[in-house]
Design a protein around this ligand. Structure first.
Ligand code: NAG
Ligand code: NAG
Ligand code: NAG
Ligand code: NAG
Length: 477
């Protein structure tokens, strides 16, 4: 009867967790998400079997909590006066640890378990003056919600907690859908997964959105990891390219902090922008209509939102720097990387801040060269372009477009190049450089005074979607 549920559960369980709980742990709630490195394995299993008469189940041994947002700030180099040790460890209470390990247990239930004295702890270390404990060796003791955890402590919860029904329903993926989503993965390590986002797919769910990458990643990209990947930044639905996901709560917090930190630093400190080492670099490729007056430059123009049609739609626009209360600084570096005789230009765009529609509005309103396929901010330019369309270009190239690519989710990455009637958005996040968060985490965990400036970078590169590649080939031939 419950086959889909079991499959879902198997996805939720790490190999460690499933070996810890013997027997018929079919309805099993906790996702063991407190594990960053899941190295406990077999001996953990043995110990637990010997000691427990089936009344308890065990959470993984406590490891010091890393403050992800502080660590992210340190990696971004924004608070050099803060010593690394502060990022590493902040004490955690037993209550917080249980909530982190078992995010799916209702919080009031966890609190109740503590209140009715149904949570036990086995301490990893015993003080020399605690003779009774020494004599008796390891044993389970009651723990209260507020007790501080020590490294290596293990928490025991009543086994009955496992029998609670699962409430969270996750979307099932077909094998074909899963294979497709997995084919997008460019890089993965214990802390992050990077995918090449296909154009046309939203990253986040919402009203009227059936499939979002956020949700699909949860079911298709956890690779038996205890936690599901989480979004740490966005890309517009119609843009493509590098999308970074955090594989654990802690790595997601760090990444989120790095992405946010970058925006606030760039805005705060515009005079120093070119001198500082950039911890996070993003380079987009865009095909624009027309050609900017200068081959390269730095755009600094604040953006604000205007609401249209009585709130039915909105658009982002450049606003006067003097009205800064309702607007946001936005900074983009650009460079021409190729021009074509047909009136198009390839630009490399490096956003130093991450505002909504920043690149599209900066291209359209500051450079006067809207991005191909951006009908929202470049409608007029597209209309004018139609009149001077290039017959030879269309004729030669449209011949070899495959009739219909069958991809899941109704996607078609072949259609939409420059010489088709309806071009798709030509904006692709092609390269990204960011700190190797996995290395940073491992080192800080084993030695809190680790010098974060030594963490090496990850350099990522995402190939263009087929229609942009076709436009590139055609404009450069
Ligand atoms: C984590 O670090 C941030 C930023 O440094 C700080 O504001 C926050 O209070 C810290 N959180 C904890 C739990 O210490
Ligand atoms: C289109 O094809 C014709 C003849 O085959 C050729 O002369 C012309 O250069 C081609 N145009 C492009 C843009 O490739
Ligand atoms: C980043 O760090 C992880 C963990 O140490 C390592 O496995 C991975 O190879 C590193 N990635 C790169 C590109 O150096
Ligand atoms: C673009 O050109 C490259 C090399 O010239 C070729 O390998 C590739 O198949 C072409 N791609 C498309 C989509 O036309």
């Amino acid at each position: 009867m419950a086959k889909p549920i079991i499959l879902r559960l198997i996805n939720l369980l790490s190999p460690t967790a499933s070996s810890v709980i013997p027997g018929n742990s079919r309805l099993y709630l906790c996702a063991w998400s407190c594990h960053y490195s899941s190295a406990t394995g077999e001996n953990f299993n043995q110990e637990q079997n010997q000691r427990n008469d089936g009344k308890w189940f065990t959470l993984p041994p406590y490891t010091a909590t890393i403050n992800g947002s502080a660590l992210g700030q340190e990696l971004s180099g924004s608070h050099p006066e803060v010593k690394c040790g502060t990022a590493a460890t902040t004490p955690t209470t037993a209550l917080k640890w249980v909530i982190r390990c078992c995010p799916e247990l209702p919080r009031n239930l966890v609190q109740k378990l503590f209140r009715i004295r149904q949570v036990r702890r086995e301490s990893a270390s015993f003080g020399n003056n605690d003779l009774e404990d020494q004599a008796q060796g390891h044993r389970l003791r009651r723990v209260t919600a507020k007790d501080k955890m020590n490294s290596g402590d293990q928490i025991f919860l009543p086994i009955t907690v496992k029998k609670l029904p699962i409430e969270k329903q996750e979307r099932d993926c077909s094998t074909q859908e899963q294979d497709f989503i997995r084919s997008l993965v460019l890089y993965k390590d214990p802390a992050i997964i990077v995918i090449n986002k296909p154009p046309g797919m939203p990253v986040q769910g919402g009203i009227g959105i059936r499939e979002s990458l956020d949700e699909l990643a949860r079911t298709c990209l956890n690779y038996k990891y205890p936690e599901s990947p989480r979004l740490v930044h966005r890309l517009d639905k119609d843009s493509s390219g590098i999308l970074v996901l955090g594989r654990t709560q802690i790595s997601a917090t760090i990444l989120h902090s790095i992405f946010r930190e970058k925006t606030s630093r760039a805005s705060d400190d515009m005079s120093n922008i070119n001198k500082k080492k950039r911890i996070l670099q993003r380079r987009y490729w865009a095909l624009v209509i027309g050609c900017p007056r200068r081959p390269k430059g730095l755009i600094t123009a604040a953006l604000g939102k205007v609401v249209l049609d009585n709130g039915k739609s909105d658009r982002i626009t450049i606003v006067d720097n003097s009205e800064l209360s309702s607007s946001q600084h936005a900074i983009t570096e650009y460079r021409v990387i190729g021009t074509s005789s047909h009136g198009y230009t390839w630009l490399e765009l490096s956003p130093l801040t991450g505002r909504k529609h920043q690149l599209r509005v900066h291209c359209a309103e500051i450079l006067g060269t809207p991005i191909v396929g951006d009908y929202k901010y470049g409608w007029q330019a597209h209309r004018k372009m139609k009149h001077l369309s290039c017959p030879d270009l269309e004729e030669n190239s449209s011949k070899d477009i495959p009739e219909k690519e069958t991809l899941p989710f109704g996607l078609n990455l072949e259609k939409g190049s420059i010489f088709e009637k309806h071009s798709h958005l030509h904006l692709h996040c092609k390269q990204m450089v960011l700190p190797n968060v996995s290395v940073a985490l491992q080192n800080v965990q084993s030695s809190p005074n680790y010098d974060l400036s030594k963490v090496e970078s990850l350099e990522l590169d995402a190939p263009l979607p087929a229609y942009m590649q076709r436009s590139w080939n055609t404009t450069n031939s």
